[in-house]
Design a protein around this ligand. Structure first.
Ligand code: FE2
Length: 282
């Protein structure tokens, strides 16, 4: 248990926390433990103005748990396999990172048996406008439903499929190697997920899936669209406007997120991303 008290402000009523006055590069283990505890308590944290070298970012990530590898190896940060680069920058005519990944509401690695617990981004270079990241609070969205509806939805199980997701998004992209497809078989997760820290229930719906167990794809799509629309209402959503040096960490057990576009003909964006391993949803 930590005894440190952090200076914090909620990102949104009842969700998330901006942690003020902590320099992650210089933070000792007790301070990092306090930051991690604040993350588990609130579902998302922001720390502004963080000047961290990649190895310091990796140390920060490891404070949350074991780091997770990346599905595709194309844009690993050289020398730091834990860190994945999101960018539209070209070096010698070649992209240094994945561009426009993560547009559309989703949860990272939902198609795996043990989806990543959290995602963290460190802003290296940001456009002056656009490229906001939006987080939707799935616990607040579930809590706001009528009790009867909560009961009905709690019975459903959703099929999550890397192959299906990739097919739906693959326009203009490279084909996925067959060994990657074999390593990512379809999985089934409960639609209503329990947060292991405190038992809160999240409406853990994902778009671009084959649907619910025992349901047709067409019927599933109607309900998935309805639920995504419900979860992503403004009242449940925090919009993060990026500044250089921002660190944003969100809890994939209780949030949906999406990136937004920016004018990539005028501006460069570069983010460093890490994932922390998670456990099986229940
Ligand atoms: Fe994502």
């Amino acid at each position: 248990m930590t005894t440190l008290t952090l200076d914090t402000a909620p990102l949104k009523h009842g969700f998330g926390s901006e942690i003020i006055g902590v320099d992650l590069a210089a933070a000792d283990d007790a301070m990092l433990a306090a930051v991690v505890a604040e993350f588990h308590r609130t579902g998302a944290i922001v720390l502004r103005g963080q000047a961290m070298a990649p190895e310091q970012f990796v140390r920060f990530g490891k404070a949350f748990g074991e780091l997770n590898g990346h599905t595709l190896q194309d844009y690993i940060l050289p020398g730091h396999p834990e860190v994945y680069v999101l960018s539209n920058r070209l070096e010698d005519g070649r992209p240094v990172g994945a561009h426009n990944d993560g547009i559309g509401w989703h949860t990272d690695l939902n198609y795996t048996a043990q989806p990543v617990m959290c995602t963290m981004l460190h802003a290296i270079e940001v456009p002056p406008e656009g490229s906001d990241t939006l987080l939707a609070d799935q616990c607040a969205a579930f809590a706001a439903l009528p009790e009867e509806r909560q009961g009905e939805l709690s019975k459903l199980k959703q099929i999550h499929s890397f192959e299906y997701l990739h097919k739906m998004r693959s326009e203009g992209r490279k084909a996925v190697p067959p060994e990657v497809l074999r390593a990512n078989p379809d999985v089934v997760h409960p639609l209503v997920r329990t947060h292991p820290a405190d038992g809160r229930k999240a409406l853990w719906v994902s778009s671009l899936t084959p649907g619910f167990v025992g349901w047709s794809t067409a019927d599933s799509e109607v309900l998935i669209d309805e639920l995504i629309e419900w979860v992503t209402q403004d009242r449940f959503v925090y919009r993060h406007k990026w500044q250089v040096g921002d660190v944003l960490v969100w809890d994939n057990r209780c949030t949906l997120h999406t990136g937004t576009l920016f004018d990539d003909t005028r501006y460069i964006r570069e983010m460093h991303r890490m994932w922390v391993k998670g456990d099986r949803p229940y």
